[in-house]
Design a protein around this ligand. Structure first.
Ligand SMILES: Cc1cc2nc3c(=O)[nH]c(=O)nc-3n(C[C@H](O)[C@H](O)[C@H](O)COP(=O)(O)O)c2cc1C
Length: 187
């Protein structure tokens, strides 16, 4: 069974985008696409970046665990809110921590905001950072407008039919990238 990890980026008190991460975990598992796990940056509480993990003399155990989970995953979904037109420091902190783990890793981006644009301004900057660390960014988007209304606290969508349709397209694109990477003999 393939493994997809979902990085929930918001560490904000009263965060809403975590609901999207909860939704994806259930959606991926209930449709049999992969095993899925949420890597919650609010739970990890990594200190602000001071060096990449592999160069740290005494790396914290939870950062080592996070790195291992990203490395072992066939694909990654990053769920991130938009803050002031960009992605939050929490996800940059986690991206910069790792190097080799991101290389050729299929990564799909889901953005969220409380307004009508669904955090879509984050996509180009986050894709560029992922490209710089050699991740394979998936060419499908999953913006979530009005995230506070779109999903309840358990990750259940208000418009199940519409959300499931969009999520199917999004996850199938991720799985396509995963299959491409799995089928290549090049490293
Ligand atoms: C510091 C900050 C900056 C924000 N900037 C934007 C923005 O540029 N565009 C937008 O659509 N929403 C913006 N918002 C609103 C967020 O989209 C909204 O708070 C959303 O719920 C954030 O996700 P979270 O609850 O998971 O942290 C901002 C919120 C915060 C806290």
């Amino acid at each position: 069974m393939k493994k997809v990890v979902i990085i929930s980026s918001s560490v904000r008190e009263g965060r809403k985008s975590h609901r999207v991460a909860l939704f994806f975990k259930k959606f991926i598992e209930s449709n049999g696409y992969a095993e899925s796990e949420i890597l919650d940056l609010d739970a990890y509480q990594f200190p602000i970046f001071h060096e990449r993990l592999k160069y740290q003399k005494n790396p914290p155990a939870n950062a080592v665990e996070f790195a291992a989970k990203v490395k072992a995953a066939d694909g990654v979904i990053i769920v991130t809110p938009e803050y002031n037109g960009g992605y939050p420091a929490s996800i940059k902190n986690a991206l910069d921590l790792l190097i080799d783990e991101w290389r050729h890793k299929p990564v799909a981006i889901s953005t969220a905001s409380d307004g009508v644009f669904g955090g879509s301004q984050v996509i180009t900057s986050l894709q560029f950072s992922l490209w710089k660390i050699k991740a394979l960014t998936v060419t499908a988007m999953f913006p979530v407008p009005k995230v506070q209304d779109a999903f309840d606290e358990s990750g259940t969508p208000a418009d199940a039919e519409g959300v499931n349709k969009r999520a199917t397209t999004f996850i199938k694109e991720l799985m396509w990238f995963i299959d491409c990477v799995a089928s290549t003999s090049h490293s």
